[in-house]
Design a protein around this ligand. Sequence first.
Ligand code: HXC
Length: 257
Amino acid sequence: SKPRYIETRTDGPVGFIELNRPEVLNALNRVMVAEILASMEEFDRNDTIKVIVLSGKGRCFAAGADIDEMAEADSVEMELLNQFTDWDRLSWIKKPIIGAVHGFALGGAFELALCCDLLFAAEDAEFGFPEVLLGIMPGAGGTVRLTKLAGKTKAMEWLFTGKRILAKEARDFGIVNQLFAKEALMEETARYAHQLAKMPPLSVRYIKESVLKAVDASIYEGMQFERKNFSLLFSSADQKEGMRAFMEKRKANFKGR
Ligand code: HXC
């Protein structure tokens, strides 16, 4: 059935997911999160799709989890909802996910952005964890991912105060890969996605897995994992094609096998 809170479309090898609840700044309710995951999994299973792009419709990427939905909850209810199982499924998506953020990416939406493999932002982007101002804290990986990415010092400051991280600061701290003028963000992201889609998909897949592994493994464990993936690529046709093309001084024609 058609999703209610997101819009999806494909353009050749790129699958687009747009958060589509602009009247409340794309506040993420639980149904929307489930829809995002279902469509990502569908793109992941679809052989023609190589790259997934996630963005928001309207004024911003998203202003966080839906506060109306949480306001009256108690902790037992929160526990029994077990809502983060949907978020956990995100880490099983094998294809690269590019986030494109304009305007706000706050709270749960910042967490969603931090789950992307690459993040592009418009010059008006503002990231932040305002949870503290609501008497709560991040629950979908915010304290963990931001700390790993930017370090303890800034993570504490940002999380204690809810202070917004402006686009340039986000880029300087490595939260964002690249900034674009607001009008150019989607076009540039799409262009990048199409370029990435031309890369040998198995290489991209194992690189993604290895980098994500490196984020939370020891150097030793990360290296073991990398080495297995490195070896594994030598049974792909694309490795043979890539290396033959190099030796024959021609462009490689990758098949994803
Ligand atoms: C529900 C929201 C919302 C949210 C905005 N809206 N954010 N509704 N949940 N997170 C609604 C507003 O109520 C309003 O509805 C409409 O969207 C437009 O928002 P305004 O506030 O009028 O816009 P503006 O004055 O421009 O202010 C923008 C804003 C502000 C600064 C982003 O909306 C804001 O502070 N939003 C909440 C941000 C936040 O605290 N996020 C963290 C949520 S907790 P009406 O009906 O009045 O027009 C969280 C926990 C994650 O994310 C846990 C893991 C999943």
